[in-house]
Design a protein around this ligand. Sequence first.
Ligand SMILES: [Zn+2]
Ligand SMILES: [Zn+2]
Length: 118
Amino acid sequence: MLVEHGGEDAGREAAMSEAPPYAAFLERTWQALQPSLHEANCLGCEYLEAARLELRLALEDLAADARTDALHRSMVAVDSAAERHPCLSCDPCRPSLLHAELLREQARRSTCEAACDT
Ligand SMILES: [Zn+2]
Ligand SMILES: [Zn+2]
């Protein structure tokens, strides 16, 4: 792996955002999922479980820092005892939307990684 990037580029990138975009995306998705943790219909929804699992796995793939660590801990902390059930098709079901978005982003990333492999 190359570590010698152009000094100015690296500096500009660091200034633009404190978190890597993917970590920030995972954080946003997790925050967007929060209200569903308090909705009885969505709490045991299969998509909520699926989204949480995807988020955790994605986070575990990222290099750990204080931020991803705290995020991961907050996900593990809400391991609900709610009974799982198929999606009740709330209109719309937030977990199912977020889960779909998560999968889209992961597909996009894996395509890019293959194409931009260096
Ligand atoms: Zn729902
Ligand atoms: Zn649902």
